[in-house]
Write a protein that binds this ligand. Sequence first.
Ligand code: NAD
Ligand code: AHE
Ligand code: ZN
Length: 375
Amino acid sequence: MKTRAAVAFQAGKPLEIVDVDLEGPREGEVLVEIKATGICHTDEFTLSGADPEGIFPAILGHEGAGIVVDVGPGVTSVRKGDHVIPLYTPECRQCPSCLSRKTNLCTAIRATQGQGVMPDGTSRFSINGEKIHHYMGCSTFSNFTVLPEIAVAKVNPDAPFDKICYIGCGVTTGVGAVFNTARVEMGSTAIVFGLGGIGLNVIQGLRLAGADMIIGVDLNNSKKEWGERFGMTHFVNPKEVGGDLVPYLVDLTKRGADTIGGADYTFDCTGNVTVMRQALESAHRGWGQSVVIGVAGAGQEISTRPFQLVTGRVWKGSAFGGARGRTDVPRIVDWYMDGKIEIDPMITHTLSLDEINKGFDLMHAGESIRSVVVY
Ligand code: NAD
Ligand code: AHE
Ligand code: ZN
């Protein structure tokens, strides 16, 4: 069949909206009509050429929602008509990682996913016989896409696609990092670096967890109002601190008899390795945990004095908010439907597929929180 898609032919070039050939689902695969997709900073990261795993030409996009329109042989967990969210972190429930119960990083299909192909090593997308790669196993910048059965979460059919697509990455990543990765307790102090599509979801997760002090850090002053909208209690613009950021934040988090300072939990949502270091070093001596969520480009490395760790700070990372997709994503959709978490106000722009490059422009200009493409 033919599908309309935004194709990344080359790094650093705008996406091109073209008709692409799509093969139907093979054994264990499903064909999904994508109804809506968010544009995440990670799509821009790969398009920019900074992703060591970036392959071109490819169909990017990993934050979608849609309907199963066909299933291949042997598919048992979903059927035609089911509403689903594609999962870039699948959940096979059989691999050593899934069985360990210690991680959400299912390893069943990670190798082929990173090579831009389906688990059998081939692509379902092509143009005039030339292969087009899949991306993060999802390729939601295509109106129709093929996914392994283990990489779709079946969700409440009443939920609106143009909102719940955001649960396919940003919402789950932010809220999940608070509950699954950091396991934040009531009354905690926290600092969130980077108040974009991910950071604001960390903030709403912290509010839900009952954190007392939620400090947001961003270079863009317009993010102050955004952070406050979701529960941030203090805003810091590093450019306006007039000195080193870390001692400033440590001082700000001193409470009561605690004269040491530092936050119980800090989260990097920028992908900037200097910020990652600041986030670690503004965590409390003895117990502060710092969670790296941001994705850094090829060749970038983090550093700190080992003394920071010797004195009890913990450096952690979080992918897809530590969520087990097929189990946790339907629950998060229900949280949204029950009004427990907010999504609508964060979707600042709704675009057609033809306008998708505008979504990247808005992100670069710091004018959007999330742009969503509706097919
Ligand atoms: P975004 O562009 O919406 O937001 C980034 C924010 O960081 C912006 O508000 C920007 O002003 C701010 N910022 C940039 N540099 C800063 C600095 N030096 N100090 C303070 N603030 C700064 O991006 P997003 O969609 O929220 O994604 C954030 C990061 O998370 C990206 O690196 C993305 O690739 C990554 N990400 C990771 C996962 C995961 O599973 N680990 C999932 C989704 C996104
Ligand atoms: N390809 C990059 C890594 C990118 C990365 O870390 N991706 C996150 C999800 S970002 C979603 O917006 C992730 O899930 N990582 C775990 C994994 O298995 O990829 C690189 O550096 O090579
Ligand atoms: Zn993402």
